[in-house]
Ligand binder design. Structure first.
Ligand code: GTP
Ligand code: MG
Length: 360
């Protein structure tokens, strides 16, 4: 499951947003332990799953989910973040940036400035990574005195590149690394290597200009960096919408000119940022959406469902969602030769409806 960590300066709306993303849903949640981050699960909204469910009328409908992590410890203790495994292991960082004005809520870094906050947080991430990289390089240098290994040398080479970038204030996500270099770095779980989504927490009054928020915030240049995007929301309004019943919520959103909920927008932006796609499994028992990184071969994708299914993988029966909806039934797709048999190397596409044949 995709895990996204909320980070940001104090009182910018992280916890409000966390509730918006997770509380509206009654999926099970792990009880937060003291001084540990809040962990919650959000369903990925997907119109396609609704239509498949209408077609199959299954006993169960299971959406894909995203896990959100919110630092329960208030304040700007980046070290606490750095040390928390829930943040280290996150697939993406969502930096909540304050744009709402409310004078009664102080903003610790000073007057409201999205650019300054974006840069300051980036510097914190870079610094945390620099400490890790330097420590590892020192360690390698000591070990190499006892005898140089080719593996160690290769690891050192890529870490030196990282160190140089970090010292120049560049995040690791901006480095153009080869796949094998990235593989060497994976274990370090560097923060500045993670895709970054700036969540611009707007003032209620600025909602009509939401689409232009990155421009108005002066963030266009910051966003030219690799794997960095921005999405506007107004956490407070979204929270209020979450308190309403469905009909009132729809009317309220229409009044505000909001076409889609903040949850939808943030999740969609996170998916786009990470290059995630969804595939589906369907049947009378269950219709389910699964999310995977783009480019996964079918056998690896099958492992998302169950490791036994990946291990015993024989073939994948695949039909594109659009075809299935267009024909109206699986049988009709079969009659038209639109259900393909694919091998384990087949790269799963967004919207594939898949039935995996496997041996136990
Ligand atoms: N006007 C306005 N107020 C907001 C918005 N989002 C959050 N707030 C308020 O800002 C205050 C802080 O919100 P939180 O969600 O607790 O912020 P946080 O980032 O979790 O804060 P810490 O965890 O204490 O660092 C609360 O009083 C919120 O009601 C917003 O979009 N507009
Ligand atoms: Mg909080």
């Amino acid at each position: 499951m995709l895990r996204a960590a909320l980070i940001g300066f104090p009182s910018v709306g992280k916890t409000t947003l966390f509730h918006v993303m997770t509380s509206a849903h009654d999926l099970p949640r792990a009880a937060p332990r003291k001084a540990e981050p809040n962990v919650g699960i959000a369903r990925v909204p997907d119109e396609r799953l609704e239509r498949l469910t209408a077609m199959y009328n299954p006993r169960k409908k299971v959406p894909a989910t995203v896990e959100f992590v919110d630092p329960a410890i208030p304040g700007r203790d980046v070290q606490a973040l750095v040390d928390a495994p829930a943040f280290r292991s996150a697939d993406a960082l969502l930096h909540v940036i304050r744009m709402f004005r409310n004078a009664s809520i102080p903003h610790e870094p000073g007057p409201i400035s999205p650019v300054r906050d974006a840069q300051a947080m980036e510097s914190e991430l870079i610094l945390a990574d620099l400490v890790v990289a330097e420590r590892r390089i020192e360690r390698i240098d000591r070990d190499m005195k006892k005898g140089a290994g080719r593996e160690l040398q290769a690891e050192r080479d890529v870490l030196m590149r990282c160190r140089e970038a970090l010292e120049n204030g560049r995040p690791l996500r901006a480095l153009d690394l080869a796949p094998d270099e990235m593989k060497r770095l994976r274990g370090f779980q560097f923060f500045s290597a993670k895709p970054l989504l700036l969540v611009l927490n707007l003032d209620e009054a600025d909602l009509p200009n939401a689409a232009r928020a990155p421009e108005l915030a002066g963030l266009v240049e910051f966003l030219t960096g690799a794997a960095t995007r921005a999405v506007p929301v107004c956490a407070k309004i979204e929270w209020e919408i979450g308190q309403l019943d469905k009909m009132d919520a729809a009317a309220f959103m229409a009044d505000l000119g909001l076409a889609e909920s903040g949850l939808d927008r943030v999740i969609r932006a996170t998916y786009e940022l990470l290059g995630y796609i969804s595939f589906f499994t369907v049947g009378e028992d269950e219709c389910r959406a699964w999310s995977i990184p783009r480019g996964l071969p079918a056998q690896v994708a099958a492992g998302e469902i169950h490791s036994d299914i990946a291990r015993g993988f024989i073939r994948a029966e695949v039909v594109a969602y659009e075809r299935l909806i267009g024909r109206g039934s699986y049988a009709a797709c079969r009659d038209h030769g639109e259900v393909r048999l694919e091998g384990k190397e087949y790269v799963v596409a967004d919207g594939d409806v898949i039935n995996i044949r496997f041996a136990t």
